[in-house]
Ligand binder design. Structure first.
Ligand SMILES: O=C(O)C1=C[C@@H](OP(=O)(O)O)[C@@H](O)[C@H](O)C1
Ligand SMILES: C=C(OP(=O)(O)O)C(=O)O
Length: 427
């Protein structure tokens, strides 16, 4: 279903309790751990995010011995199983490592955009370890033909750290199941570092120990523990509620289940949004957000540890006319869309420029205006839809194209906005 929606919000006050679904990142790791543990580890609070539901469908049908042959994303011709993970980047990367050691031969593919998202660094690392993987179309990109017959050639692998942390996570997830374990040497800067820490913490919850010394992470061959992993609510999803609070006159929001000790690096949104007068109070098993207006002084935001928050924070700054500078946006061009170009196009509709100067991006709000109506294109990117939606607090009629994109990580987003007093209508 492709559907545009129109958002309106009569008052600038927001008061609601919103139960967010489970973290897509945590859930995707937990599902791979569950599958690799052959059922010793159980996942609870599985996310509603479409990417996680898809991955659960694939991996849980494998667990039950069906081999996924009749499930939706998995099709079988005479010899080969094809697994299609659509737009799910983490699932693509994690399954590449998973199938590399599983012994099955599969074609692993995804959406047209997925075929433009690089995977060569991970494939090279897996092949150096002993996997047999061929490219079906373009070298360095999905679809992949992942063959059986893994024979470990080495336990020491070097990997470039600045393109995507997902390659590193994918390798760490399978490390304990490798006959000789893994020593992973990370070369250069490590982008999205909290996601690697999340992986190691979750492996630890599942009984897998590691050492991290300088730039080498080591995991010995080990058995998974008999345990369960509870998936926390999604802090990246929470960021849109912080943005709503930041653009409101008065906001009192309660997000149950979120704690200050999260595995998710995106929990830093509380600290970021404190600059915009949003307080976070952790009590009653969740977080209360409150607007306490104050002048915005922070001028520089480094997003290298939390790239998924970039669109949220850039849009809030643009809406408030706060001419901030952003760093750490290098990975945004290879996500669901080129997020830099998408931001530039859509912010341009309100006269705001996002100017690229090498690795630094500056917002120029000198020609900013607030239109009566604005139509936002979403570029098959859930975060474009959700990051721009809070603008309905300042733009009388905000149309969001292909609003179903939110399903990737937060399917209830539009109904949650209705709960908070937004009008959500078909055009
Ligand atoms: O490991 C993960 O769950 C993720 C890592 C990040 O990707 P990169 O490491 O490619 O920046 C992030 O953007 C993505 O949404 C989820
Ligand atoms: C980049 C993202 O996801 P993925 O890489 O898993 O497609 C995201 O959710 O913002």
């Amino acid at each position: 279903m492709k559907q545009n929606i129109i958002l309106r919000k009569n008052s600038k006050n927001v008061n609601a309790t919103i139960q967010l679904t489970g973290s897509k990142s945590e859930c995707n790791r937990a599902l791979v751990i569950e599958a690799l543990s052959e059922g010793r580890v159980k996942v609870t609070n599985v996310s509603d995010a479409a990417d996680a539901v898809l991955l659960a469908g694939i991996l849980r049908s494998e667990l039950s011995g069906v081999g996924g042959q009749n499930s939706e994303p998995t099709t079988q011709n005479s010899q080969l199983t094809t697994v299609n993970i659509g737009p799910a980047g983490t699932a693509m990367r994690f399954l590449t490592a998973y199938y590399a050691i599983s012994g099955e031969e599969v074609i692993l593919t995804g959406s047209e955009r997925m075929k433009q998202r690089p995977i060569g660094i991970l494939v090279d690392a897996l092949c150096a370890l002993g996997a047999n993987i061929d490219y079906e179309e373009q070298d360095g990109y999905p679809p992949l033909n992942i063959k059986g017959g893994f024979e470990q050639k080495t336990d020491l692998i070097s990997i470039q750290g600045n393109i995507s942390s997902q390659y590193i996570t994918a390798l760490l997830l399978i490390a304990a199941r490798l006959p000789n374990g893994l020593k992973l040497q990370i070369e250069g800067e490590l982008t999205s570092r909290p996601y690697v820490e999340m992986t190691l913490s979750m492996l630890q919850q599942a009984g897998i120990q590691h050492q991290w010394e300088d730039n080498i992470i080591s995991i010995a061959p080990q058995e998974f523990a008999e345990t369960s992993i509870w998936v926390e609510p999604d802090w990246s999803a929470a960021s849109y509620w912080y943005a709503i609070a930041a653009l409101s006159d008065e906001a009192e929001l309660f997000l149950p289940g979120l704690t200050s000790y999260s595995l998710q690096g995106d929990s830093v949104i509380g600290e970021i949004m404190a600059n915009f007068g949003i307080t976070s109070q952790f009590k009653d098993g969740g977080v209360y957000l409150k607007k306490e207006p104050k002048p915005i002084v922070r001028k520089v935001f480094d997003m290298i540890k939390c790239p998924d928050l970039a669109q949220t924070v850039v849009v809030v700054c643009a809406a408030l006319g706060h001419e901030a500078t952003f760093t750490g946006l290098e990975t945004l061009k290879i996500k669901e869309t080129d997020r830099i170009a998408a931001l530039q196009n859509e912010l341009g509709k309100m006269g705001v420029k996002l100017i690229e100067k090498g690795l630094v991006y500056k917002l120029d709000c000198r020609e900013k205006f607030i239109p009566q109506k604005m139509k936002i294109a979403t570029y098959e990117d859930h975060r474009m839809a959700m990051a721009f939606a809070p603008l309905a607090l300042i733009i009388p009629e905000l149309e969001v194209e292909e609003a179903q994109v939110v399903e990737k990580s937060y399917p209830a987003f539009w109904t949650d906005l209705e709960k908070a007093g937004f009008e959500v209508e078909a055009p």
